[in-house]
Design a protein around this ligand. Structure first.
Ligand SMILES: *[C@@H]1O[C@H](CO)[C@@H](O)[C@H](O)[C@H]1NC(C)=O
Ligand SMILES: *[C@@H]1O[C@H](CO)[C@@H](O)[C@H](O)[C@H]1NC(C)=O
Ligand SMILES: *[C@@H]1O[C@H](CO)[C@@H](O)[C@H](O)[C@H]1NC(C)=O
Length: 488
């Protein structure tokens, strides 16, 4: 009897030791689902997960994109939203809006084919209202800008503007014969109805600014559907997120477009972040809508380093947001775009490079697919990217513990997040009386970086831009005890 008692006690003790020493012992169920290879599409919050690729800065070479698609497919992504900007081989009247080093038609075909092989839907994105800097900066089109200094918004009351947008849609259609969905942008048009052409038209037709902009989005949506044959036309929602249901209905945009509610701050549920009543209005007027989170490019216009937790917070807050709007979430939300911005706008500096943000994206996808806890999402990321498991670092949620992983561009991640970060930190946090990193060491790291980028990820001119921007920012840093200079 006493022997049995002793054995029981012994086994309880061992069990206790096991439970206490096993890392991440809390909430193992969702991690088990991931490890068990359970198809997340049946259980995850967002049925459709689309990853955004912003080509307005540091556009990847086609070979790199193909590797990237492979990775996305492995993580149950359904499609890619390609924001072509000036990388698309536009021709004819609008030929000059493509940049010198753009994708060829054959490149586009290779990209689409690779996406198809990896079961990824391709949703092209063009601009049709704001963010037309890359068009309006050309002397031929500058006269179509609402504002002559800030070349952001196209004058929607000039028929030449409509013509350009239609040509873009038609050319996109020609190279995407199988795409059923398109995104027409239409966010952040900062200068609506400032130009004489709009003012005169509003007088003549006795309409207000709201009618004017909604009519434009509806018109482009209608064209994309009825003339170009896209079944679904997405548009960002910020140009009409404060409009009344009545104004929206009158413009008929609800017949032509599916709105995408975007917001990239850490907590999108914060009171007042989205306009009051937004989700009720959308619920009442639209058949369905999407939301858009971010895995990179929303953490400072010149941000070089990836902050994984910051972007994970953003994803989590979307799941919380869905809890707050259960009706809309259950009946009308079809999916989420996980965006990755390359620049804040065409004229801006580069933000985080794609390879540097891949661990962030994978953590976000683990969360969205399996609703893992933060620790488990990091752990799953490190395991699936085959990162080195350094025992003493295990469990720490810091980018400095993400080492020796295997993914396309992992060498660039390593250089920027470790070598370069150390040099930058020394320059920022080093005491004024200490020798900051000598320039030669910094330049050596950046040369290494440029070589890695040029070898297989970026075109040479874009690798040069990274080199120049990072060196410039390094020089403008001085030893100080705050981080404000690089995070703003
Ligand atoms: C479009 O789909 C058809 C049928 O699946 C396929 O044969 C063709 O290659 C696709 N075209 C492109 C450009 O992807
Ligand atoms: C990363 O983001 C979090 C906010 O989610 C912030 O608290 C933290 O300071 C950031 N880390 C760095 C290194 O900027
Ligand atoms: C950049 O990469 C290309 C293609 O990989 C190569 O041909 C070229 O020599 C490289 N240039 C530099 C400066 O490294």
């Amino acid at each position: 009897m006493s022997k049995l008692c002793f054995l029981a006690l012994l086994s309880v003790t061992f069990m206790l030791i096991f439970v206490l020493t096993t890392p991440y012992s809390n909430d193992r169920s969702s991690y088990a689902a991931y490890e068990g290879g359970i198809d997340p599409r049946k259980t995850r919050q967002f049925k459709n997960i689309i990853v955004h690729l912003d080509l307005k800065g540091a556009p990847p070479r086609v070979e790199y994109l193909i590797e990237f698609f492979k990775l996305l497919s492995k993580h149950h992504v359904d499609g890619i939203l390609i924001e072509y900007e000036d990388m698309f081989p536009y021709s004819g009247d609008i030929e000059e809006i493509r940049r010198d080093l753009h994708y060829s038609e054959n490149d586009i075909r290779r990209i689409i084919q690779a996406a198809e092989v990896h079961n990824l839907e391709v949703i092209p994105l063009i601009q049709s209202f704001g963010h037309l800097e890359f068009v309006l900066k050309k002397s031929k089109f500058m006269g179509l800008s609402e504002d002559l200094i800030d070349l952001n918004t196209i004058c929607i009351s000039d028929s030449k503007s409509i013509d350009i947008v239609k040509q873009m849609i038609e050319q996109i259609r020609r190279l995407h014969p199988n795409s059923t969905r398109i995104h027409i942008g239409a966010d952040e048009a900062y200068h609506v109805a400032e130009d004489q052409r709009c003012i005169e038209r509003m007088e003549k037709e006795s309409i207000g600014k709201s009618d004017l902009k909604l009519e434009h989005i509806a018109k482009i949506g209608k064209f994309a559907r009825e003339n170009a044959g896209f079944e679904t036309v997405f548009a960002w929602n910020d140009m009409f997120d404060k409009e009344s249901e009545e104004t929206i209905r009158k413009s008929k945009i609800n017949k032509f477009i599916v709105p995408v509610v975007w917001g990239y701050r850490t907590d999108v549920t914060e009171n007042g972040y989205f306009p009051d009543g937004l989700f009720e209005r959308i619920f009442n007027v639209f058949d369905r809508f999407y939301v858009a989170s971010a895995f990179k490019g929303a953490d400072g216009a010149r941000q070089q380093f990836s902050n994984i937790s910051r972007y994970l917070e953003n994803q989590k807050s979307y799941v919380n947001l869905m809890d707050l709007h259960k009706n809309a979430a259950a009946q009308k939300v079809d999916g989420i775009f996980v965006t990755g911005w390359s620049r804040f706008n065409h004229f801006n500096a580069l933000c985080e490079l794609l390879p540097v943000a891949i661990p962030s994206l994978i953590v976000d996808l683990f969360y969205l697919n399996y609703q893992l806890t933060e620790k488990d999402a990091w752990r799953a990321m490190k395991s699936s990217l085959e990162c080195e498991n350094r025992r003493h670092l295990r469990g720490i949620l810091a980018e400095s513990t993400v080492h020796g992983c295997k993914f396309p561009g992992a060498d660039v991640f390593e250089i920027i997040m470790h070598d370069w970060k150390r040099a930058v930190d020394r320059r920022i946090f080093g005491k004024p009386d200490q020798q900051p990193s000598p320039d030669s060491e910094a330049i050596e790291i950046l040369k290494n970086l440029k070589k890695s980028l040029n070898q297989s990820i970026l075109y040479k001119t874009d690798a040069d831009e990274v080199f120049n921007q990072y060196l410039h920012d390094y020089h403008s840093l001085i030893a100080q005890n705050t981080r404000t200079e690089i995070t703003n």
